[in-house]
Design a protein. Structure first.
Length: 211
């Protein structure tokens, strides 16, 4: 199974136009936004205010990834469409939480309630990501790695909010960086394979050929 097969299925029979592979676009937009937020979570360069992520989450992680998800629907790739559309929605919702003027953060006068609410929010995405992770076992090691480390990332960030242990947030940032690196790699592999580049990155297919 090639990278193109993983990220984009063939159009249905009778479909008159073959679409380009939206997989790399979705993976790159997800990876870039995750990379930035993960550095913020780790306190890189002593940054403690993560609000710059709002613009990135709206424009790239949210809107661009949502577009990739819609194009995956057109390509007949249910898994890619579900993943990109859902995580596009995640980034938009995340941006809304931290958007000044949205009133979401200021609605919580009790800091404990805010952390609990954020913890439940992140644990919901941990659950969704774990379900998606289970659907990658017949794809490739590259794609499995993305969802494996993303599952851990959400779990650590959710636990950090629910427990109040800031060190878990830093560990979540570290695993988020690994997730971003895996997503960058998988996206690059799909891009190079689609464009017939002389650079071919192995993705280690896990499914066996059918005879």
């Amino acid at each position: 199974m090639s990278t193109t097969d993983l990220l984009q299925t063939q159009p249905p029979a009778g479909y008159f136009r073959k679409l380009a592979n939206p997989g790399p676009l979705g993976l790159f937009s997800f990876a870039s936004t995750t990379f930035i937020l993960s550095l913020f979570n780790m306190g890189a360069r002593d940054i403690t205010t993560p609000n710059l992520i709002v613009g990135m989450a709206f424009g790239v992680g949210g809107f661009v990834q949502l577009l990739a998800g819609m194009w995956e629907f057109a390509c007949g790739n249910t898994f890619g469409a579900t993943a990109f559309s859902s995580y596009g929605g995640f980034w938009i919702s995340f941006a809304l939480i931290f958007l000044p003027g949205s009133g979401i953060l200021t609605a919580y006068t009790d800091a404990g309630q805010l952390h609990s609410a954020l913890g439940i929010y992140l644990m919901a995405w941990f659950t969704f990501t774990f379900i998606m992770f289970l659907g990658t076992f017949r794809s490739s090691a590259a794609l499995v790695s993305v969802f494996f480390f993303l599952t851990i990332t959400f779990g650590l960030l959710g636990a950090a909010e629910l427990s109040g242990h800031a060190v878990l947030s830093k560990w979540g940032g570290a695993f988020g960086l690994i997730t971003a690196a895996c997503a960058y790699y998988t996206g690059a592999a799909g891009l190079y394979a689609t464009e017939g580049s002389t650079i071919q990155l192995p993705i280690l297919p896990l499914s066996r050929p059918r005879y």
